[in-house]
Design a binder for this molecule. Structure first.
Ligand code: HEC
Ligand code: HEC
Length: 401
């Protein structure tokens, strides 16, 4: 059989075009199994349920309380030296962290400043979960000598002296008690109400959709073109590792990339630092805290405090800290509960080696991933960056909710 020269040329041309196309889009379109798609959906911001009500805080969803709380969050008069506010350490432009190993205000705190973005979803506050609501948490830094260094009487006094604050407070909670009053319960109630307003503000500070979320939309819609446009090959492979071989979703799961639970991941202590007992001590503290969900300052008269009543206790929690969200890691270095690890690359190296814990038992197991795979995980984590929603925009950095 004779084959004409022109046919050979055409066939060769077709072959070359096919090879070039294959090389340009080798991963096209990445195949996700139904199980993987279900996992991607579970991490999707669109799977985030509506924020559950907080029965312990009667003003949790009041807009007036949230605006009041926002003002208090940024007000440096709530401190012994007139220079410290919550935003000294939880800086909006750093996604509500401070760039330091350990929080610093009047003194230096014992741990690293975590982000507050999305933490209203967490039943526990602090790395060791020693508070069970954001309103009871907000009271602690105000009186901590290393943080705001003030006290409840002075805080209530400030509200009493500031006409606008006083009017807002009284419209929400009724008459403000005399700050000099010796009635401890009255003073504590007013103090708790201030925490409840700050918590109403924090309930609005939420992550917004990231490039990862757009990618999941494209996977769900089976839109191969958008998948390719949104994620490069390394990002796809990093995501596959994250939900597969690297086992990250054992703890960093759900739309906020945290199970809100406590785990020991063997993070080393700084030389000279006593290893942190963390949750094993935190759980004892929250159970006896007078501002907890079961206490008299809680608005939950029916005491539906299941988290607190059924929480795990015991020595397996030694050295266990709360799993942080992985949304918005950009601009939040250093990492971990004492800011021990300066970069994401080093965090991943830590997981790869999974050293023995200094206290308790490291739950993570060594991964043995290659440098290339660690890089892929890192670029995938970068796709989770997105603006924060929630502020009324004093600094113009954040978008409206
Ligand atoms: C000196 C810096 C500093 C100041 C000021 C400060 N914080 Fe913090 N914040 C921290 C540190 C450090 C932690 C973690 C401490 C720990 O876990 O032991 C923290 C933890 C938190 C958490 C828990 C987040 C989570 O995921 O568990 C919230 C919420 C929070 N702070 C809100 C506030 C509010 C509200 C104020 C003002 C009333 C405030 N902070 C003032 C440094 C600060
Ligand atoms: C056994 C549960 C568990 C597993 C598995 C796990 N993590 Fe974590 N992760 C945590 C806890 C708990 C912390 C906080 C540890 C600390 O502060 O000491 C953390 C912290 C982090 C941080 C630092 C965040 C910050 O804001 O400080 C990153 C990044 C991170 N993990 C990524 C990953 C990746 C990627 C994987 C998979 C390779 C992974 N984690 C696997 C529980 C886990």
């Amino acid at each position: 059989m004779r084959v004409s020269a022109s046919r050979v040329v055409v066939a060769l041309a077709v072959a070359i075009v096919a090879v070039v196309a294959w090389q340009r889009w080798p991963a096209s379109p990445p195949k996700w199994t139904p199980v993987e798609v279900a996992m991607l959906r579970s991490l999707w911001i669109e799977s985030l349920p509506e924020l559950p009500p907080d029965p312990s805080n009667a003003v949790a969803d009041s807009t007036i309380a949230a605006k009041f709380g926002e003002q208090l969050f940024f007000d440096t008069r709530l401190s012994s030296n007139g220079g410290i506010s919550c935003a000294t350490c939880h800086q909006p432009e750093r996604r509500f962290t401070d760039g330091l190993q350990k929080g610093q205000a009047i003194g230096t705190t014992g741990r690293h400043t975590p982000s507050i973005v999305g933490t209203a979803y967490s039943p526990w506050q602090y790395w060791d979960g020693r508070r069970d609501s954001q309103w009871s948490q907000a009271l602690v830094p105000l009186e901590d000598p290393d943080e705001h260094g003030t006290d409840r009487a002075q805080v209530v006094n400030l509200i009493a002296q500031d006409e606008t604050y006083r009017a807002t407070y009284e419209s929400l909670f009724g008459e403000l008690p005399d700050p000099a009053s010796s009635d401890r319960v009255m003073l504590n109630t007013a103090f708790a109400n201030i925490g409840k307003s700050i918590a109403a503000f924090e309930r609005l500070v939420m992550p917004t959709p990231s490039r990862f979320d757009e990618y999941v939309r494209a996977v769900v819609d089976q839109d191969a073109g958008s998948q390719q446009r949104l994620f490069d090959d390394d990002e796809v492979r990093g995501l596959k590792l994250f939900i597969g071989e690297a086992n990250c979703t054992q703890c960093h799961n759900g739309p906020l990339f945290t199970n809100h639970e406590f785990h020991n991941t063997g993070v080393i202590s700084f030389p000279g630092d006593v290893p942190d007992k963390a949750r094993v001590a935190g759980v004892r503290e929250v159970l006896r805290n007078e501002f907890n969900c079961l206490g008299i300052y809680s608005d939950d008269v029916e005491h539906r405090c299941a988290e607190l009543q059924f929480t795990r206790t015991g020595s397996t929690l030694t050295g266990a800290v709360k799993t942080p969200s992985l949304r918005n890691l950009e601009n939040t270095a250093p990492f971990m509960h004492k800011g021990q690890i300066p970069t994401i690359a080093e965090v991943l190296q830590h997981y790869n080696e999974a050293p023995d814990a200094m206290i308790g038992h490291n739950e993570a197991i060594p991964l043995g991933l290659s440098a290339r795979q660690l890089h892929q995980l890192e670029v995938f984590l970068g796709t989770l960056a997105a603006p924060v929603a929630g502020l009324s925009g004093a600094d113009g950095i954040l978008v409206e909710n």
